[in-house]
Design a binder for this molecule. Structure first.
Ligand SMILES: *Cc1c(COP(=O)(O)O)cnc(C)c1O
Length: 834
């Protein structure tokens, strides 16, 4: 089928391939094609970076004249050839795992940040989703992504003359977005039904191509729908609970039904956050439609190949919906499949009243993971309510540290340098740690850094003009328009959501100390920042306002630049040019954080709170950490650390960052600085790439989960359910008998009697547990069965030897065991001696 049929005009035969090129969002990261689009419509391409829009806007006459232009044809043919080579090339997946996941991975997310011209994201979660898809495409992993097509996306930001945030919601005309309607064999638009109270919502579907991966987007704006329903997918994070529930139904129920309609039977379903959890429920219901049986059987049959990734650090961040809404919306949907809302709520709620989407995701999944090592610990704590008396440390949250799609974030200069050192295909294969920059000279590194900084300054000046600096300036027009920025000055940058826990105002705690650094004549500093505050986050807006006001001080003007309307493009410019990227969230609130990873490939350095990914990545050679080694204890609102963290931040800048940047060796190069740049690029670029992240998901999760899922045939599922129910039936009657402790050869010998109420010895595990204390680290010692007790059936004696601890430190426990169920996730049963 030719894609050219989708645009409003016919393309000249010689240029028919342009439609395919324009619809593959690969142009958003593969900058080889910039030349092509710029040759067609330079201004439009530079303003929008939307190849589809360029192609739809150009006149027939112009296209015809291009078809006769030999120079253009040469560019065009090269792009077509490269695109074909890219599509047909063998990949990491086809070489190492072909056949293992060929039914595909269904990947659900509320947001996708693939390109600034497809504004379906608000921040980190969406950008991660976009980077994930791009890396999956590079590696050839068969991911099919499902999301929503928002007519307005997230709000667009400007600041007024007083530094207050203004919010705009421009309408995205979907026909101008680089996506096409998904049609059936007869050319009709697919319409996917989702049950709404007293009516059926019909969803249109749009298809985006992200390299080798498909991105399918559901859209409620169909004239067939009631007027009120047409706006269901209008905006992202409106704050309205009912709309939010509607959107999550569209994504989950509509998304799964779409896959069914397309005849896809994915090997694994992966949900990014809990928002798409209804997809897992609909997957179980689809299983029921096919195999019959009740919901519990369907749940056990399907969940082994469902993966849930959580990105949240606070329980308050979980989406939840009140009874009034769930009764109205979910009951009819569930009951029409013979299921009940009560069953769903009991899976989801961990003792709460409202429907908790993270709980639902957990209860429908075979495994779940956090997004950094610290976040794993935080996740174990906030998911404790779903695990009864399981200690946080034993809650089976796993983790995969996030990563960024390196080719989307590198600068042309960095691209050149890495290509010279490691070859063209370096980001498409597993990135070997064996490609250090040993042969790259200090001079080349420094030239790259300087060229990148110069380009950033040029960009900032252009951008400030577009921000109307010429009208808004306060004291000094040159300052407002970035003319005082200096391409040789140490440039500090940061950009993120303005919200309290991110503490973007930490650097403003002692303004005079900052002013002194900015104004140091010999060793100056300049700062560029960007970020939006959620329209309802007054505290975030106040912090933003403080920065803007600070930047307008007469003695600071021109040295602190606020860039409005932070998006993927602004991010890409900042991370290419800044020398130091700053991130200082309140520990341990940052689940992972990814913006700092984007500077690695470009030789930018990180100065960051020892939190999220930086707690794993940091060492003395690669950058600077605030409160290094801080351990996770309790997630707190406690601002008690703010003053000392601010002091550390100032001191790092004053005593290390600034001197290292400006102190030159006999070659005229900042050798200490460049040593760090080299170490950071060498040690961290590959490790914090989405390439590494996607391979971890494939090898540690998707492949084993697809196998586990395939084993759960209807018969197996029925048997597993019986075994699970059997555990639940007997568990309340398990009992402990005597616990005897004797000292023996410097050890403590514990002997314990237990009564198993008919459960087999292969269905339980008995451990002796001591929590970490002054007496030593945590101990979990398995106890061995030594004899059946004669006095009653099902009674046994267990024993173990452990290093001595004070009285009361050791406590025995019984937990359920099963070869095939993933415990404790699928049956969080535990019984403590006391
Ligand atoms: C990378 C990125 C983010 C996420 O950054 P964090 O450090 O995780 O907060 C948000 N928005 C945009 C536009 C980004 O590029």
């Amino acid at each position: 089928m030719t894609l050219a049929g989708y645009i409003n005009r016919t393309l000249p035969d010689d240029l028919a391939g342009l439609a395919t090129l324009a619809l593959d969002l690969r142009w958003s990261w593969h900058h080889g094609s910039d030349q092509l689009w710029r040759a067609i419509e330079p201004d439009l391409w530079d303003a929008t970076h939307n190849a589809w829009l360029v192609l739809n806007s150009v006149s027939v006459q112009h296209l015809q004249s291009l078809a006769g232009n030999r120079e253009f044809l040469a560019i065009y043919r090269r792009q077509i050839r490269q695109h074909r080579e890219f599509t047909e090339a063998a990949t990491w997946y086809s070489d190492t795992h072909a056949g293992e996941l060929d039914s595909g991975i269904a990947w659900f997310s509320m947001e996708f940040g693939v390109s600034e011209c497809l504004p379906l994201y608000s921040g980190g979660l969406g950008v991660l989703a976009g980077d994930f898809l791009k890396a999956a495409s590079d590696l050839g992993v068969p991911v099919i992504a499902i999301g929503l097509l928002y007519q307005q996306g997230y709000f667009r930001q400007a600041l007024d003359a007083n530094g207050e945030q203004l919010e705009f919601y421009p309408y995205n005309d979907p026909t101008m977005l680089p996506v096409v309607p998904l049609r059936d064999h007869e050319g009709l638009w697919l319409r996917i039904p989702v049950p709404f109270p007293g009516r059926t919502l019909r969803l249109r579907v749009w298809k985006g191509q992200v390299g080798r991966c498909e991105l399918l987007l559901l859209d409620a704006n169909d004239p067939m729908n009631e007027p009120g329903d047409r706006g269901v997918t209008s905006e992202l994070y409106s704050g309205d609970r009912e709309k939010r529930l509607q959107q999550e139904m569209v994504l989950g129920i509509g998304g799964w039904r779409l896959l069914e309609r397309l005849g896809r039977h994915p090997s694994v379903c992966h949900i990014n956050e809990g928002h798409p959890a209804f997809a897992l429920v609909e997957r179980a219901q689809a299983w029921q439609r096919l195999n019959g049986g009740d919901f519990e059987t369907a749940r056990i049959a399907t969940r082994a190949s469902n993966l849930f990734t959580t990105h949240t650090s606070v329980a308050a961040g979980f989406d939840h919906f009140p009874n009034t809404l769930t009764r109205l919306y979910l009951q009819p949907w569930l009951e029409s499949a013979g299921n009940s809302l009560e069953a769903l709520l009991s899976i989801a709620n961990g003792g709460q009243e409202d429907l908790n989407m993270a709980g639902l995701a957990l209860g429908m999944s075979g495994r779940f993971n956090a997004v950094s090592e610290i976040h794993q610990r935080v996740t174990q704590t906030i998911f404790q309510p779903w695990f009864g008396r399981w200690p946080a440390r034993d809650i089976p949250a796993e983790y995969v540290t996030n990563g960024v799609h390196t080719p989307s974030w590198d600068s042309p200069e960095a691209d050149q340098l890495w290509t010279a050192a490691c070859g063209k295909d370096r980001w498409r294969r597993p990135m070997p740690q064996s490609c250090p920059l040993a042969d790259t000279t200090d001079e080349a590194l420094w030239q790259m850094r300087r060229a990148q900084r110069r380009r950033l300054v040029d960009y900032l000046r252009k951008r400030l003009l577009a921000q109307h600096c010429e009208q808004d300036f306060y004291h000094n027009r040159d300052a407002a328009c970035g003319l005082m920025l200096d391409p040789e000055t140490l440039t500090l940058g940061f950009a993120r959501r303005f919200t309290a826990y991110k503490r973007l105002d930490l650097l403003l705690r002692e303004p005079e100390r900052l002013v002194a650094m900015l104004n140091n004549r010999d060793r100056p500093l300049q700062i560029v920042l960007a970020g939006k505050a959620h329209p309802k986050d007054e505290e975030g807006k106040a912090i933003l306002h403080r920065w803007k006001t600070f930047s307008m001080r007469a003695d600071v003007e021109g040295k602190v630049i606020f860039i409005e309307d932070y998006d993927l493009f602004v991010a890409s410019q900042l991370v290419q040019g800044v020398d130091v990227w700053l991130n200082n969230p309140r520990h341990p609130w940052e689940a992972c954080g990814t913006s700092g990873m984007k500077v690695l490939v470009n030789g930018g350095l990180n100065l960051s709170q020892y939190d999220g990914w930086w707690a794993e990545a940091w060492n003395e050679q690669v950058g600077w950490a605030i409160r290094p080694g801080a351990s996770f204890e309790q997630l707190s609102q406690d601002p008690g650390h703010d003053a000392s963290d601010a002091d550390s931040l100032y001191r790092l800048l004053e005593e290390q960052v600034i001197p290292d940047f400006y102190e030159l060796d006999e070659r005229g190069l900042p050798d200490r600085w460049l040593h760090r740049v080299r170490s950071s690029m060498d040690q961290l670029t590959a490790r914090y790439s989405a390439n590494r992240m996607v391979r971890e998901y494939v090898e540690q999760f998707y492949i084993p989960m697809a196998r586990a899922g395939a084993e759960r045939t209807p018969e197996q599922a029925a048997m597993l359910l019986q075994r699970q129910e059997n555990l639940y039936r007997h568990w309340p009657r398990l009992r402990f008998g005597r616990l005897v402790q004797v000292e023996e050869e410097g050890q403590q010998l514990f002997t314990l009697d237990v009564y198993l109420d008919g459960l087999g010895l292969d269905q339980v595990e008995v451990d002796m547990v001591a929590e970490a204390s002054d007496a030593g680290g945590r101990v979990v010692e398995p106890m061995q069965m030594i004899q059946a007790l004669a006095g009653s059936t099902d009674s046994y004696q267990f024993q173990c030897r452990v290093a001595p601890r004070p009285e009361g430190h050791y406590t025995p426990r019984i937990r359920a065991r099963d070869e095939q169920l993933n415990l404790p996730l699928e049956a969080p049963l535990i019984l403590w001696f006391r």
